[in-house]
Ligand binder design. Structure first.
Ligand code: ADP
Ligand code: ZN
Length: 215
């Protein structure tokens, strides 16, 4: 099964992606995670991407498309894959279509997670991630078992550099301008499965997602 997860920052793509890859036994391809890894390793690509990310802007299409192309060619994608955070522009969606065509693959579902902007700001500014294992928490809505400590035992809860309020507002503006047009792009092919993900927890959202993809 080949799936795209679409939705604004903070809608819960990363959280749902982790649940879905477990259920479906397919890899998660998160361009955000790949870019953050490149930034942390200070690769040339990471150095190019860093300023865009910290400003809440999109990294240029060419950079991201190259990353995804390499990743989709890896053998673990053969049983299917979950794209998280890509495509994010119509240009990226067109490139993806060309890539998939050349591999004789198609997208089965575009899962759209919808949440109001004000709830997104609250979610993102309270988000913390474990630097050791990648677990995601929220200071208020899903706090770690003990303050500042992950369930894996490490005291490495960190806030992403772009999770402050000002950058979040810019990321939302970027989403509405550049990414939201993808909804009608995929609606034309009847691929969009929308889930209203506001006001409920990750497990309730996951139940709705499973229903929408027939699992
Ligand atoms: P979020 O969805 O919460 O904003 P991500 O982890 O998906 O977070 O992305 C973080 C940042 O990485 C984005 O704000 C953007 O700068 C960059 N990025 C991630 N994916 C893409 C993409 N497909 N195209 C361009 N930039 C991207
Ligand atoms: Zn951890």
């Amino acid at each position: 099964m080949n799936i795209i997860l679409l939705g604004p920052p903070g809608a819960g793509k990363g959280t749902q992606a982790k649940k879905l890859i477990e259920l479906l036994a397919i890899p998660q391809i998160s361009t955000g995670d790949m870019l953050r890894a490149a930034v942390a390793e200070k690769t040339p690509l990471g150095l190019e991407a860093k300023a865009f990310m910290e400003a809440g802007k999109l990294v240029p299409d060419g950079v991201v498309i190259g990353l995804v192309k390499e990743r989709l060619a890896k053998p673990d994608c053969a049983p299917g894959f979950m794209l998280d955070g890509f495509p994010r522009t119509v240009g990226q969606a067109e490139s993806l279509d060309a890539m998939l065509d050349s591999m004789s693959l198609t997208i089965d579902h575009v899962v759209l997670l919808e949440v109001d902007d004000e709830e997104l700001v609250l979610r993102i500014t309270g988000r913390r991630t474990c630097g050791a294992c990648g677990a995601i928490y929220h200071l208020k809505y899903s706090p770690p078992p003990q303050p500042d400590t992950c369930s894996c035992g490490k005291k490495e809860l960190v806030q992403r550099a772009d999770d402050n309020e000002q950058t979040v507002r810019q990321r939302l503006a970027t989403y509405h301008e550049q990414t939201a047009p993808l909804i009608s792009y995929y609606e034309k092919r009847s691929l969009v499965r929308s889930v209203a993900g506001g006001g409920m927890g990750p497990n309730e959202v996951f139940e709705l997602v499973k229903q929408k993809i027939g699992r």
